[in-house]
Structure formats: structure tokens, C-alpha cells
Ligand binder design. Sequence first.
Ligand code: NAD
Length: 460
Amino acid sequence: MTSTSSPPAEMTVLSPHDGTPVGTLPCAGEEEVRGAIATARAAAPDWARTSPEERGRLVRAAADALAQHAEEVAALNTRETGKLAHEALGGVLAGVGTLHQYAELGPVHRGHALRGGALASDYTVAEPRGVVAAITPWNDPVAVAAGLLGAALVTGNTVVHKPSERCPHTGARLGEILAAALPDGVLVTVTGGPETGRLLTDQADLDVLAHVGSTETGRAIARAALDTGAHVIRENGGNDPLVVDDDVDPAWAAEQAAIGAFTNAGQICTSVERIYVHRAVAEPFLHALAAEARQRNREAALAPLVDRRMRDAVHGHVRAALQDGATALEGGEVPEGAGSFYPATVLRDCTDAMQVMTEETFGPVAPVRVVDSFAEGLHLASRDRYGLAATVLTGRIAHAQRAIAELPAGTVKVNNVFGGAPGGAAQPRRDSGAGFGYGPELLDEMTQVKVVHVEMPSSR
Ligand code: NAD
């Protein structure tokens, strides 16, 4: 068991816009956590026996209920995490879409068959694992939670969901809306911070620990599961590189870099976290990237960071880089005033050992390192402990193919920082996690396979 300290009685969320209190909710202690698991466990047999079609129908109804409350939930998210209103609404609608997708996929989640002889067959049936603990982050709280919850529920598991302490009202409301459309006890929400999370993951009576969040937490959860035997799904942090080749339009590359580094103020797991640009296009690229950042800062287009703790961490990376010889072409200073705003920041002359290059910064920061060849860019992009995603911008098919073959990441994107089909899945590598946290493959993670072997009785 991992060590636990008791949760505080309650938590108060402060607005990232102006620091005023948004609201206070209780933090679940041992008794509440055990009670939530017992409720989900008691509901598990009936839910597992419910036909996949009926489970799909109920999850679809839950998705429709969420769609009806989309603006309310999005507004809560904006108040708690600072996410821009249209992006928060986009996140809720993405969650609705994901729930609908799983409602359709659940009933057609199929197995394999093998014939060992004329009258002997082997086939697989997918069974629910039991009770799933879903532990989710704040940066896209509804879309991320909807994926884990949808996949777990349509495959016949019951769920205890613990949303992030940075958006507990959003998580609690999401739980109320979805649970009202489902049988009692099938989805239970507990609110609280890391201490409540630890209490949850230490309980032996859980079958799956599904975590989306930081690498450090993911590791702690994986260690807890060694003791309890729970199946672990981890979608964790990233330090995604962007490699810019010498044959691309530097203004377009800068636009891509800005979208990758500054969207949601850089608080996306697959944000562009470090940039390797070919020397041949470096100056116009840097010029255009600084202009992209300046425009965002002038128009106050960026959301605030989620809180001051996050801002201190982001600025710590920037300050250390500046002390070690980087130059800020734009941003890089903590603004005056209330809330936790941080400007879009472009750093040039970054070197490989700087924390801003080696660690996930999770803020609107674009650190740039100039390279002498595409190969050097790929080499440096590959030298990292994370393996979530990577992007290359190139017009050369040979370079694209080389990047696809060599980059040690779960997703490699060519010529679009945020490309990717809806419903797509990816397998994070190394410190970025384990297992499939999205897509149809998440249905496999949420189930256990039973092999059935059938033959004719012998007649003598
Ligand atoms: P976090 O790990 O701090 O928190 C996520 C959840 O884990 C919260 O509910 C939190 O209370 C809980 N938690 C924290 N410590 C715990 C512990 N010891 N035991 C059990 N639960 C615990 O992450 P965060 O700051 O909320 O989210 C940001 C991170 O999430 C970034 O690193 C980002 O890259 C990552 N992320 C990854 C993906 C992905 O798909 N790979 C998606 C979104 C966010």
C-alpha cells in the first residue's frame, strides 16, 4: 500500500480569472470512498447481466442528458479552470460525442474464434472487469472523463469517478447528470484531492485503476496496483517535440507551432513543448512565431492558467531558461493583477539541458532550439523520457517516413500539430503512460477475455 495522509474536510476552488472563490465541496474520506466502492460493487452484477444493447441505450440517454446541460457544464468548467468558453463547450460536446460513440461500439465489441477440429471450436467472450476507478484531470475534464466512463459502462463495469480537485463542481455536476440516466449505483462520483485519490487507489476491492493525469501520479497509481492487483490504464504527461524542416514555409510552421504551444494556454497533454527548427528557416520562423505570440497577448486571447501553483511552475521553467542563456522574444514575465494569467512566451537559444526542454511545462511557452539538419532535430526529439506524441513539418516524403519510423512516441503527426481522426486511439510510451486510454481499444482495456473451448461429448 502507498502511504496515505487524511484528506482535508473540504476544498475551495478559486477563480483563475480573479482569485475569488468559486465554491467549496467536501473531500471524501475513507468512509465515503469505501461506501462509494461498495455501492458500485453492489450494482455490478445486475449491470454486467444487462444486455449490451440495453447498456448502449442507457449510455446514449446519459449522453443526451449531458447534451441538454452542455452550456451549464461548460460554464462551470470555465469558472473553475479558466478554459475559454467556446473551448469548454467544445470539450463538453466532444464528451457527448464520445459517449454516443461508445454507446454504438459497446454492443458490437466482438471477439475471436478459432476452429481446432471439425466439431471443436474456441472463441472468446469479453467480460466486464468489475468496478473501475476513473481518476481524471482538469485540463479537458468532461471530454476525458466521458471517454473512460463511456467505455467502462458500455462494457458492463460500474464506475467510481474522482474528478480533479481543480474542477470538482464540474465533475460532480457531470456525475449527477449522467447517473440520473443510469441504474442506481452504476456511476458514483467522489470529490476530493490527491489524498482522496490515494485512498481510492489503495482499496483492494477495485478491478481497474484508470488514470489520466501527470506522470508522477500515474507512477504512484501503478505502484498501488501492484499491491491490489487492479488492472491499470495510464494516460500521462508528455513533452512533445515539433521538428521544422528546411523546406517548409516558415510563416505556416510558426502558425502550427503557435497553435500547438498556446491553445488552452499550453495546458493540453499533446501541446508542443519543445521546438527544433532547421537553421535555414530559423530566423523567419522565430520572427513569425514571436508575432503570433504578440498578437495573442495584445488581444488578451489566452485563457489564464488553472491556478497560481501552475503559473509558478510554468514561470519557474521560463526563469531558469532565461538565467541559463535563453532570450524571450515575447512574454516571459508574470503580469500584474488578479488571477493566474501568463503571456504567450517564445524563447530562443534554448539548450538541451534546460528544464523547459526536458520537462513538461504545461503553459503557453514555445522554447526553440536551432538544429543543423532534420536528422539532428529527429535525434534530439527522440532523446526524452516521455513518449506521448510528436509532430514534424516537412515537404519531403523521405523525411516524413524517417520520422514515422524513428520517433519513439505513441502518435507521430506529419504536417498538423493537432491532426487526428475523431475516435482515434494511441498507446503512450515510456513515462507518458501505458495502455489505450481512448478509442475502440479502450473497450479491450475495460474487459477481460475468456476463452471458451467447446467439443462434442464422446459417445461410446
Ligand atoms: P494529476 O495527476 O495531478 O491529477 C489527476 C487526478 O489524479 C486528479 O483527480 C488528482 O486528484 C488525482 N491524484 C493526484 N495524486 C494522486 C495520487 N497520489 N493517487 C491517486 N490520485 C491522485 O494531473 P493534473 O495536474 O490534473 O493533469 C495534468 C496532467 O495530466 C499533465 O501532465 C497532462 O499532460 C496530463 N494529461 C494527460 C492526458 C493524456 O491523454 N495523456 C490527457 C490530459 C492530461
